[in-house]
Design a protein around this ligand. Structure first.
Ligand SMILES: Nc1nc2c(c(=O)[nH]1)N[C@H]1C(S)=C(S)[C@@H](COP(=O)(O)OP(=O)(O)OC[C@H]3O[C@@H](n4cnc5c(=O)[nH]c(N)nc54)[C@H](O)[C@@H]3O)O[C@H]1N2
Ligand SMILES: Nc1nc2c(c(=O)[nH]1)N[C@H]1C(S)=C(S)[C@@H](COP(=O)(O)OP(=O)(O)OC[C@H]3O[C@@H](n4cnc5c(=O)[nH]c(N)nc54)[C@H](O)[C@@H]3O)O[C@H]1N2
Ligand code: SF4
Ligand SMILES: [Mo]
Length: 755
């Protein structure tokens, strides 16, 4: 038997398949897994360092309880579960489940906590939740709901033209085998890459058209491109006649956009903008993607809208090599809480209770969370559960987030490590690592053959830790929502086989529909003994598979999962394919069936977005004279990994430091040499780092890497911060007016030489 074990890289949403060798609790060798249906043998260099995750610092091996003086004591699991359940139930009984807030549910490699926490949230009647998607993707989702009625993705592999807006796939990926695909486009004279980025990123350096805009001016740039398509007669009118609705008011508004003035604001030569628009319009197929450069910038929701107007005006949807509607194995923003309680009355759960922001993808804006807590509003959040996320470190305004956590009646963190957020919570529950249990991610976005990988554990669970299925099952049992009486018939059926389980499950839910919201933990208890050794955390996937084949029977059947019990066939395929399995097949043209908009056309007109476009300030985005540089607070680089790698050794031994990228002439003007120490000062705080002269930087624009600045406890017991903790510098009020996404890419700062 081969000693190479299939698993996946956990650094980014691609979760490329890898095979590893292990020894003494370490991952000792890593190679690409050619059998992974999506990555097909592709890897980037970051996967080689996967052991750094498993050897992460600050790992927990016991539940922790905060003492009055702010220190923590280890407590046993039974005490922790009964105290936490008791305190959360008390908040629920006094103020309603809607006063308990849930944050997280999974990071780049682990989405099973999101499946099991559903049960705990239902047991508590939780109505409000959020996660990192509500600081990047909610603007996009808000627009898509109004234009398409479904989620869309992009097929760069087969596209003639690739358009990237504030996205650097060379470092951050975002589509499979990104570096290979970028190289192929760049090398082919018949294809073209258009990149909108103030900086000459690795991707921009490969572009045929690099629109090096002033930071924060995406809306003007995209507005100008859309206007050129209309004003120069480049729009794909034939295609539009069949496929878009409500074009007239949009065309009329775009006809009025002053292209030269918009070009001036974004700082790009008008002739270059016109040439880029012409190239897009002339292409048979175009794939396009926006990401944080725009989504964490000024007017980001408007930018998402203008991006999709360009898709509608050029006809770049619903064919191979364009954008398409994907079929998710499980929707990422899934869920929502339990039934209304006696305290919920006539409340509108589609808005956040205190700030009134719209709830998008079931999430409230990350930048509004502290305001939903630090207030005497009667509907404020009074308790919080954080799982597999580090909001004190990853959300704007760390100091205020810490203050908010401390203001709650009770706060609970479920994590593998004693993170910055855990250090502000009342209770911390230690999870087994992603290599110590069955895990998976629901980042399934492939166009024609979409795949899912259920990973098998590489190591036994660390002493004292539990997997999330077990944690939530225990919480739900302590909350009294189910017990052995409900589990026993399901377990007995499961022992006879999955087809028996399917019948018994339907009977159980039929007899007691109130059990459906806690199905994931019921299944966890019922399937534990039936699943292969170490795979108990996979029980919830059985439920996901059943729901999937109900929602998409045809697409599942085309992938071979057929028959009256297709969900079981799919689950068996998943269990039996540790490198991943195709769960759905469709054609690019099937995208049109997914549009929930009337007539299955793309709706071009969102009145408030057109108003916002016409109201764009001719002076450009706001400036602050005392803080003349714009900081892009969070750049993806080879050394960054959000905060999942809590290990300063993951690059060179113990030398993990942030560097401030700056144009050499800006550095010289400040008397700063390469490698010189410098203080970055925002209105909120200051941080010390070192200068990296970077030819790719735009004048006036500086950048720091994301995910660093973790406070790690060293072997001598002292805490050391490794790099800049960006969100000590950011302000929660600095956010989009529509959906509240942060302006992390647009932080005004001053630079002060040190010493
Ligand atoms: N190595 C690595 N890869 C990752 C991650 C990681 O931590 N490390 N994280 C993953 C996650 S969670 C995400 S969400 C993605 C994010 O992936 P990306 O969005 O691609 O990553 P960023 O580097 O944050 O931003 C992309 C680009 O936006 C540019 N930019 C800055 N300001 C502006 C602006 O005003 N307008 C425009 N148009 N562009 C601007 C930056 O110069 C940068 O090149 O990466 C994923 N991949
Ligand atoms: N200023 C600024 N801030 C940013 C960004 C930026 O560009 N600039 N980027 C933002 C983006 S795009 C994102 S996606 C967020 C990411 O920020 P978060 O959503 O907070 O996610 P991660 O940093 O990935 O943290 C994941 C947590 O899960 C824990 N963990 C790892 N494995 C397991 C497990 O198996 N079980 C459990 N229970 N926990 C586990 C890790 O220890 C870690 O604490 O950061 C955002 N913050
Ligand atoms: S970092 Fe992303 S692209 Fe690179 S190997 Fe890991 S999952 Fe794949
Ligand atoms: Mo992200």
């Amino acid at each position: 038997m081969s000693d190479w074990k299939p698993t996946a890289c956990l650094i980014c949403s691609l979760n490329c398949g890898i095979e590893v060798q292990t020894e003494g609790g370490h991952i000792t060798r890593v190679r690409a897994d050619k059998n992974h249906p999506v990555s097909q043998g592709y890897l980037c260099e970051k996967a080689q360092r996967m052991d750094a995750y498993q050897q992460g610092r600050d790992r927990l091996s016991s539940p922790m309880r905060r003492r009055a003086d702010g220190s923590y004591e280890a407590i046993d699991w039974d005490t922790a579960i009964s105290e936490i359940a008791g305190k959360l139930a008390a908040v629920r009984d006094q103020h309603g489940g809607e006063s308990i807030f849930y944050y997280g549910g999974g990071a780049q490699g682990n989405h099973l906590p999101g499946v099991y926490s559903q049960s705990t949230l239902a047991a508590l009647g939780v109505r409000y939740r959020s996660n990192a998607l509500a600081q990047e993707k909610t603007g996009e989702a808000w627009v898509q709901a109004r234009m398409f009625g479904c989620g869309i993705h992009h097929d760069f592999e087969h596209a003639e033209v690739g358009l990237l807006i504030g996205k650097n796939p060379w470092q951050s990926h975002g589509f499979p085998r990104a570096r290979l695909v970028l190289r192929e486009i760049a090398a082919d004279p018949n294809r073209a890459l258009i990149v909108i980025d103030p900086r000459k990123s690795e991707t921009a350096a490969m572009a045929d058209f690099h629109l090096a805009i002033r930071p924060g001016t995406d809306a003007w740039c995209l507005g100008a491109l859309a206007a050129i398509l209309v004003q120069d007669g480049l729009a794909n009118r034939d295609w539009m006649a069949d496929h878009v609705a409500n074009a007239e008011p949009v065309l009329e508004a775009l006809a009025r956009i002053p292209v030269s003035q918009f070009a001036e604001v974004c700082g790009v030569d008008e002739a270059l903008l016109r040439a880029a628009a012409r190239r897009m319009a002339g292409a048979e197929t175009m794939a396009s993607m926006e990401d944080l450069g725009m989504q964490m910038g000024v007017h980001s929701t408007l930018g998402s809208y203008l991006h999709r107007l360009i898709i509608g005006l050029t006809g770049a949807f619903g064919r191979k090599g364009t954008s398409y509607a994907f079929i998710p194995f499980r929707p990422l923003g899934a869920g929502g809480g339990g039934a209304s309680s006696k305290t919920s009355g006539e409340r509108n759960f589609r808005r956040s209770p205190v700030t009134g922001f719209p709830v998008v993808m079931g999430l409230i804006p990350c930048n509004a969370i502290t305001e939903e807590i630090l207030t005497d509003h009667p509907h404020r959040f009074r308790a919080m559960i954080v799982e597999s996320a580090n909001p004190v470190h990853s959300l704007a305004d760390s100091a205020r987030m810490r203050e908010a956590l401390r203001a709650l009646d009770v706060s609970v963190v479920i994590d593998v490590a004693m993170t910055e957020t855990a250090r502000a919570a009342d209770y911390v529950l230690p999870a087994s690592s992603q290599f110590e249990k069955a895990e998976a991610s629901f980042f399934n976005f492939e166009p024609e053959a979409n795949a899912f990988q259920l990973r098998h554990p590489l190591f036994p669970p660390r002493e004292g830790t539990l997997e999330e299925g077990e944690i939530h099952a225990r919480l739900c049992e302590a909350l009294g929502v189910f017990g052995e009486a409900e589990v026993a018939p399901l377990r007995a059926a499961a022992e006879k086989g999955l087809d028996h389980l399917a019948m018994a499950f339907m009977q159980t839910i039929g007899a007691n529909p109130a059990l459906m919201p806690v199905a994931s933990v019921l299944l966890y208890r019922a399937l534990r003994k039936v699943l292969p050794e170490g795979m108990s955390n996979a029980a919830g996937v059985w439920g996901v598979a059943q729901l999937f084949v109900q929602a998409f029977p045809e697409e599942a059947a085309r992938a071979g999962h057929t028959g009256p019990l297709a969900g079981n066939r799919l689950f068996e395929a998943i269990l039996g394919s540790p490198s991943g399995t195709v769960f759905a097949r469709q054609d690019a043209e099937d995208s049109w069936k997914r549009l929930r908009s009337p007539g299955q056309q793309i709706n071009l007109h969102i009145p408030e977005m057109i108003d916002a476009l016409l109201a764009l300030d001719p002076a450009g985005p706001p400036r602050d004279a005392e803080y003349p540089f714009i900081l892009s607070a969070g750049e993806r680089r080879t050394e960054t990994s959000n905060t999942s790698i809590r290990n300063p050794d993951w690059l060179r031994k113990g030398e993990l430091e942030s560097t401030l990228r700056i144009h050499p002439e800006d550095a010289a003007a400040l008397g700063l040499a390469d490698g010189a120490p410098v203080e970055v000062v925002s209105r909120r705080a200051r941080a010390r780092t070192v200068v990296e002269c970077h030819e790719g930087s735009r004048r006036g624009h500086v950048s720091l890497p994301n995910g660093l600045g973790l406070d790690v406890v060293g072997e001598d017991g002292t805490v050391k911060r490794h790099g800049v903790a960006l969100n000590e510098l950011t302000d929660y009020r600095w956010r989009d007016s529509v959906v509240g996404t942060p302006w992390h890419k647009y932080v005004p700062v001053r630079l002060e030489p040190v010493g």
